[in-house]
Ligand binder design. Structure first.
Ligand SMILES: [Zn+2]
Length: 246
C-alpha cells in the first residue's frame, strides 16, 4: 500500500498553481505580441489614406489637363475666327469690291466675327482663371500626397523595427514557455488549457486585496484562503478563472 505524503502533495499543488500562473504570464506576453504583430501588419497593409490622397491628386491633375485642352481648343477657334475676320477686312478695304450689298455683307460679317471673337476671348479669360485655380489645387494635392506617403513610410519603418523586436521577444517567450512547461504537471496543464479555451485566453488570475483581477469581483474569504494555501485549485465565482494569491 502506497504511503501518502500529504506535505509533498500540498507542495506539489502549490507549485502547480504557481507554475500555472507563471505559464499564464508567459502566454499573456505571447498573446500580446501576436496581437500587436497582427495589428502592425494590418496598419502596414492599410493603404486607405495613401490611396485617398493619391486619387485626389490624380483627379486634380486630370482636371488641369482637361482645362488646358479646352483652352487650346478655344484658342484654335479664336485663331480661325481672327483669320476669317482679317480676310473679311482685307477684302472690305481692298478697293476691289464695289457692289454695295457685298460691301454691307462684308461689314456685317466683320462685326459678327468681332463679336464672336470677343465672346470667345472672355470665355478664354474665365478658363485661364479656372486653370490657375486647378493648378493650385493640383499643387496642394501633390504636397498633401507627398506628405502622407512620407509619413506612411516613416511609420512603416518604425513598425518594422517594432516587428523585429516583437519577433525576437516571441522567440524568447517560446523558450521561456518550454522551460515553464517542465514545471507544470500534465493534469494541471490540461486544466489550464481547458480553462484557457473556455474563458478565452486567461486561465489564471491574481487575487489582490480580496478582489479577482480577472473580473473585479470580491472573492469569498474562504476561497482566498484556499487559493493562498494552494491546497486545491480555486475558481472565481464571477469569471470561473483559477485564482492565484501571491
Ligand atoms: Zn473573477
Amino acid at each position: 500500500m502506497a504511503i501518502i505524503h500529504w506535505d509533498a502533495i500540498i507542495c506539489f499543488v502549490m507549485s502547480g498553481i504557481a507554475s500555472m500562473y507563471i505559464l499564464q504570464q508567459i502566454d499573456d506576453k505571447i498573446a500580446y505580441s501576436r496581437a500587436r504583430v497582427s495589428d502592425i501588419n494590418d496598419i502596414i497593409s492599410d493603404s486607405t489614406e495613401v490611396d485617398r490622397v493619391t486619387e485626389e491628386y490624380l483627379v486634380a491633375k486630370s482636371d488641369v489637363v482637361k482645362i488646358r485642352r479646352e483652352s487650346d481648343i478655344l484658342q484654335g477657334e479664336i485663331d480661325v475666327l481672327t483669320s476669317k475676320k482679317s480676310d473679311c477686312e482685307n477684302r472690305l478695304y481692298s478697293g476691289l469690291v464695289s457692289n454695295p450689298k457685298e460691301l454691307r455683307d462684308l461689314e456685317t460679317q466683320g462685326v459678327s466675327l468681332a463679336s464672336r471673337i470677343t465672346e470667345l476671348e472672355n470665355k478664354k479669360i474665365d478658363l485661364m482663371i479656372s486653370e490657375e485655380e486647378k493648378e493650385k489645387l493640383e499643387e496642394n494635392c501633390k504636397l498633401a500626397m507627398d506628405d502622407v506617403i512620407r509619413s506612411k513610410e516613416q511609420l512603416v519603418f518604425e513598425l518594422n523595427e517594432e516587428l523585429n523586436v516583437l519577433k525576437d521577444g516571441m522567440l524568447a517567450y517560446d523558450a521561456e514557455r518550454d522551460v515553464a512547461l517542465n514545471s507544470v504537471d500534465d493534469v494541471y496543464l490540461r486544466e489550464y488549457e481547458g480553462k484557457k479555451s473556455k474563458v478565452g485566453g486567461t486561465a489564471v488570475v491574481l487575487v489582490v486585496d480580496g478582489v479577482c483581477k480577472g473580473c473585479g469581483l470580491m472573492v469569498a474569504t474562504s476561497n482566498v484562503q484556499d487559493a493562498r494555501s494552494g491546497t486545491k485549485l480555486v475558481a472565481c465565482d464571477g469569471c470561473s478563472r483559477f485564482l492565484y494569491v501571491k
